[in-house]
Design a protein around this ligand. Structure first.
Ligand SMILES: C[C@@](CO)(OP(=O)(O)O)[C@H](O)COP(=O)(O)OP(=O)(O)OC[C@H]1O[C@@H](n2ccc(N)nc2=O)[C@H](O)[C@@H]1O
Ligand SMILES: Nc1ncnc2c1ncn2[C@@H]1O[C@H](COP(=O)(O)OP(=O)(O)O)[C@@H](O)[C@H]1O
Length: 307
């Protein structure tokens, strides 16, 4: 018997970052949109005493840690500890979300393993409890569970679901190396030295654009306070952003802490055109199209799971 859960990637359509807090985190106004690029997490019972065993396949699999630091392994351990049971489980990650790309791939695997183990073990944890465990695992993990669109406050873990009035079409350009999230926040702090950093606030025009499903209004309202820091650490991303804009994207931005770059297109056809131009631009490793909002962590019926 095994259980498979599908979990989407995210793009941050607004990422407003406040000053560093005493605990080292930053308060955020983080507007997440889940997009249709997915990891699939399959859990299978292991023999008593075997503990957690993680495997992974996909183009970026070599970059994923398979030890106890893997967020999927940590999720299984955390759920087992709460319910006083042994975490004897095999976890397989079919990874399609780029690793260390600012698209919350590790968070997706954490949320997916949690939902999958909850179903496998019959713990039937209340949703509130699952969200609390997610928040312990990482700031982005609760959103991976929720999906859709949401405003994340605090360090991004306190979520308010948002209305979205239509489908947004995106193109994502993957870079040839990753960026470390803590390093990008440290660079943000360095660039902010000697300046007053205002408290982060969600943009009203941005929330209205999402609610209307209006791509032009969304393009005019997107923002990412981590973008200057990501560009400072990875200057070549400016060429990718310029190539996508020249190809007809409505707007171009770094996804979260990067280095994946995100391009909003007016419709699906235009997204394909932007993707085709980016693919031959020589400014990125690979290119994908995906639309959002996408559903959060979802159990997949056995006959449809790719296992
Ligand atoms: C920047 C964002 C935007 O959604 O995503 P990514 O671009 O990494 O996907 C998130 O805030 C990343 O969330 P997540 O990847 O879960 O980070 P965490 O594990 O909680 O924290 C990793 C490190 O990032 C920094 N961090 C994270 C969140 C936050 N609000 N302030 C921070 O300063 C801290 O240095 C922390 O030690
Ligand atoms: N299941 C996982 N998948 C990917 N990365 C993971 C996972 N578990 C832990 N990590 C670690 O988290 C780091 C950040 O990866 P990821 O979540 O893909 O990127 P980002 O935080 O930029 O969205 C990776 O470099 C890796 O060391």
């Amino acid at each position: 018997m095994s259980v498979t859960v599908r979990v989407p990637a995210k793009v941050n359509v607004q990422l407003a970052v406040g000053a560093a807090r005493p605990d080292g985190f930053h308060d955020l106004a983080n507007v997440f949109l889940a997009v249709g690029l997915y990891d699939e997490i399959t859990v299978t019972p292991a023999a008593p005493g075997d503990g957690v065993h993680v495997t992974c396949d996909g183009p970026d699999a070599a970059l994923v840690p398979l030890d106890g630091t893997n967020l999927a392994a940590r999720a299984a351990e955390a759920l087992a500890a709460r319910y006083g049971r042994r975490p004897d489980v095999r976890i397989h990650i079919a990874k399609d979300i780029p690793v260390a790309g600012g698209m919350a791939g590790g968070s997706a695997d954490g949320a997916g393993a949690l939902v999958a183990c909850d179903a496998l073990w019959g713990t039937a944890a209340p949703r509130r409890e699952l969200l609390d465990i997610c928040a312990e695992l990482g700031s982005d993990v609760p959103f991976s569970l929720l999906g859709g669109a949401a405003l994340g406050t605090g360090r991004g873990e306190k979520l308010t679901a948002l209305d979205v009035g239509g489908v947004f079409h995106w193109v994502f350009a993957m870079a040839d190396r990753g960026l470390s999230t803590p390093a990008v926040f440290r660079e943000f702090d360095r660039l902010a030295e000697g300046r007053d950093v205002p408290a982060p606030v969600a943009s009203r025009p941005l929330l209205d654009a999402l609610a209307k499903g209006d791509p032009d209004a969304l393009a005019a309202a997107v923002s990412n306070d981590l973008q200057p820091a990501a560009l400072s650490l990875f200057p070549a991303l400016a060429d990718t952003l310029a190539a996508g804009t020249a190809a007809g994207a409505l707007t171009a931005l770094v996804s979260g802490s990067g280095p994946t770059t995100a391009f909003l297109a007016r419709d699906a056809e235009s997204a394909v055109k932007v993707a085709d131009v980016l693919r031959v631009s020589g400014t990125c490793r690979s290119v994908r199209t995906a639309s959002g909002p996408a559903q959060g962590a979802t159990l997949i019926p056995r006959e449809r799971a790719g296992v």
